[in-house]
Design a protein around this ligand. Structure first.
Ligand code: ZN
Length: 319
């Protein structure tokens, strides 16, 4: 990113931190609400990790394995659920405004008729391959209120992709600009447009090639050039991540590039993927970037991500 501006010299993750380990078995009971994790960084920056409830998916969603063309059939029929995972929304308080990355889930998703409008196959997948636990107080509007932030205070909602657990909270931002990669809008993968709020009218972003960094295409979100929408396809065709570059640490809010950091490090590709080839390339891109910059890697559903954010723990270099 040739317009990168380093804001300050040292990124110390230092605010009052309350953390709970996300360890639960989806076969039994989901954990109760996860507290908000906040880090204050030099340069008048804050990052908040907010989990809007929990989701459990089957092993077939988590791991592509070596099933070849049977991978997608396995997603339909696999019934072994892995552990509960958070559904993160990331909030960046930046001198240029407040950015909310994804919008999380809503309590209504646990209603029996929630997927009635999406067609038989989608209803089957969404009621058999996922389990959700979301309380009303975990929805993004209520948790932003805890931080003293109203939806009208938010400069932009930035979507990594169009999956329901990233878009369902859009109903709380009827007047906030929503930024989305144009290609994700043009070629969505397993989105459920029937469930978008009527107000959903995203500003479509054309990512441009950049010359000096690992990511092939990017779009600056700030005039300071320290916050970027970067192309990270694979999970969906137009999947993006958000990259924050501070004076020392860099942070990648990685959506569903992988479910955990461990997956990225061990080259374990997720089963839920529009393109395994692109997903593999995105893994290489992020590991390449982490070899050049100290990078805190924050996927949406990683139960260890809030702790890594709090500790400023960077991605080990694995090329
Ligand atoms: Zn997704």
């Amino acid at each position: 990113m040739n317009r990168r501006t380093f804001l300050t010299q040292t990124a110390t993750a230092a605010a009052g931190l309350t953390l709970l380990p996300m360890v639960a078995n989806a076969q039994t009971t989901a954990m109760t609400s996860q507290p908000i994790t906040t880090v204050s960084l030099p340069g008048n920056l804050k990052i908040h990790a907010i989990s809007t409830g929990q989701v459990a998916v089957t092993d077939a969603f988590l791991h592509a394995g070596n099933l070849g063309f049977l991978r997608k059939a396995n997603i339909l029929f696999n019934r072994h659920f892995a552990d509960w995972m958070p559904i993160h929304v990331w909030v960046i308080e930046h001198p240029e405004g407040i950015f909310v990355i994804d919008t999380g889930e809503n309590a209504a998703i646990t209603n029996a008729d929630y997927f009635n409008s999406v067609g038989m196959l989608n209803e089957y997948v969404n009621t058999h391959a996922f389990r959700f636990e979301v309380a009303r107080e975990e929805e993004i509007d209520r948790q932003l209120a805890q931080l003293g932030i109203r939806p009208s205070d938010v400069r932009a909602v930035v979507l990594t992709h169009l999956h329901i657990d990233h878009t369902d909270g859009l109903r709380h931002f009827p007047k906030t600009p929503v930024l989305l990669n144009r290609y994700e809008a043009e070629r969505p993968y397993n989105d459920l447009p029937q469930l978008y709020p009527a107000t959903f009218a995203p500003t479509l972003i054309d990512l441009k090639p950049v010359q000096t960094e690992s990511f092939a295409k990017a779009h600056p979100l700030t005039t300071a050039g320290d916050l970027w929408l970067v192309e990270t396809p694979g999970h969906s065709h137009g999947h993006c991540s958000v990259l924050l570059q501070t004076g020392q640490q860099h942070y990648l809010f990685a959506g569903d590039v992988s479910y955990t950091q461990q997956q990225l490090l061990t080259n374990d590709l997720p089963g839920a993927n529009a393109s395994l080839k692109q997903s593999q390339q995105t893994y290489l891109t992020i590991r390449d970037y982490a070899a050049k910059h100290p990078l805190v890697y924050l996927p949406s559903h990683d139960g260890d991500a809030a702790r890594r954010l709090a500790m400023g723990e960077t991605l080990p270099v694995v090329l």
